[in-house]
Design a protein around this ligand. Structure first.
Ligand SMILES: NC(=O)c1ccc[n+]([C@@H]2O[C@H](COP(=O)([O-])OP(=O)(O)OC[C@H]3O[C@@H](n4cnc5c(N)ncnc54)[C@H](O)[C@@H]3O)[C@@H](O)[C@H]2O)c1
Length: 347
């Protein structure tokens, strides 16, 4: 039996709890949140026997082999480092940290301690992304030249996830003081992993960020609305490919849309997660002359939660490791420098 404790019991923790409870041989033994009422309600919903309002007490007392860190971003590094020190395996939410030095510290600490360490780049759960990575590696697309990727949300212009002006769980995402790195840190992190996982190592980035005026004095209660809302990136890969990557919370009409197309010298593939997580379209070989796209059913692959549990059992870290989380964090830090200095930044 693998015993897991959840730290942070807000919105995303529901996905963690449901996913772990579906896995045979896994038990949720404890939950922790600074909000006592929230953790109590959460524990009741998922039948979790012990609750805590302090991470220190949980780590000292709870019966667990591993923790899932599902707090706001700025807490990922301090809590994960404490958990690693206590010898726990850690699945940490994305972004791994709020800057590269912290992310690297986490990756180094986990490696030294020998604990399983994974970051929840959850779109790796899409069978289609895994199939895309396999197809690029197989060489069927030839040499990769051009990549186009976008992650579009619109919760600043619609109420599908609640009214952002009055929801603390959305407002912290707009405020640097509350540990947010804006749309770039929130979902830019996903699309950078999504685009570069199949294509390979990133060599340089050029980025333009923009923060729109959203309220009087750009402030709502304690939340200063200074974090970026839109990001446009040009990415250069070590293999010579070029990518255009964009993300925004102002894509009215798209609540949570990811697109990726990868074009090589002998073929191309494209993913549209609004249409399917399990299929992709390909244009290969002779079909490229007639621009004929065919739909491919992708083979089933494990979720990150299942991979985390498998890794604890096998002792081998699966995707996506803290080292990978740190690599993406390095690219995010470079984006902020690029935006501030309007120049390409090498990674
Ligand atoms: N992988 C994904 O696709 C995905 C999707 C959504 C959110 N996330 C990530 O999950 C994390 C949580 O997001 P959310 O939407 O659940 O936020 P949320 O605001 O709904 O929940 C965060 C919870 O953490 C608690 N908390 C804050 N500080 C804490 C601390 N020091 N110790 C313990 N608990 C603490 C809060 O009280 C709250 O209940 C974020 O890092 C976010 O980026 C990932």
């Amino acid at each position: 039996m693998i015993k897991i404790a959840l730290i942070g019991t807000g919105g995303m923790a529901n996905a963690h709890a449901r996913s772990f409870q579906e896995i045979r041989g896994v038990r949720l033994t404890a939950a922790c949140d600074v909000d006592a009422k929230r953790v109590a309600g959460f524990a009741e919903t998922y039948d979790i026997p012990k609750t805590y309002t302090s991470v220190e007490t949980l780590l000292a007392e709870a019966d667990c082999d591993a923790v899932s860190v599902v707090t706001p971003d700025s807490w990922h590094a301090p809590i994960s480092l404490q958990a690693i020190k206590a010898g726990k395996h850690v699945l940490c939410e994305k972004p791994l940290a709020t800057n590269y030095p912290d992310a690297k510290k986490m990756a180094d600490a986990a490696r030294r301690k020998g604990v399983i360490n994974m970051v929840n780049f959850s779109y790796r759960n899409a069978f289609a992304l895994q199939a895309a990575a396999d197809m690029v590696a197989s060489g069927k697309l030839g040499e990769i030249r051009h990549v186009s990727a976008s992650y579009l949300q619109s919760w600043l212009t619609c109420n599908a996830w609640g009214e952002w002006t009055t929801s603390p769980n959305l407002l912290w995402r707009l405020s640097s003081e509350h540990g947010s790195k804006g749309v770039l840190g929130d979902i830019g992190v996903h699309i950078l992993d999504f685009a570069s996982y199949p294509v390979g190592k990133m060599k340089a980035v050029h980025c333009k960020l923009h923060t729109f005026k959203k309220a009087r004095g750009n402030k709502i209660g304690p939340y200063k609305l200074d974090a970026n809302d839109s990001a446009f990136l040009r990415v250069e890969f070590a293999n010579g490919a070029m990518a255009s990557v964009e993300t925004t919370r102002f894509a009215t009409g798209h609540i949570n849309s990811l697109f990726l197309s990868i074009h090589g010298t002998t073929g191309a593939l494209r993913l549209d997660l609004d249409k399917s997580y399990t299929e992709m379209e390909v244009c290969l070989g002779e079909d490229r002359h007639s621009q004929t796209w065919k739909t491919v059913k992708c083979k089933k692959t494990p979720s990150i939660y299942q991979r985390f549990v498998n890794s604890i059992r096998s002792g081998e870290v699966d995707q996506a490791s803290f080292a990978r989380g740190a690599e993406i964090q390095k690219a995010l830090d470079a984006c902020f420098i690029s935006d501030a200095e309007d120049r390409t930044v090498k990674l």
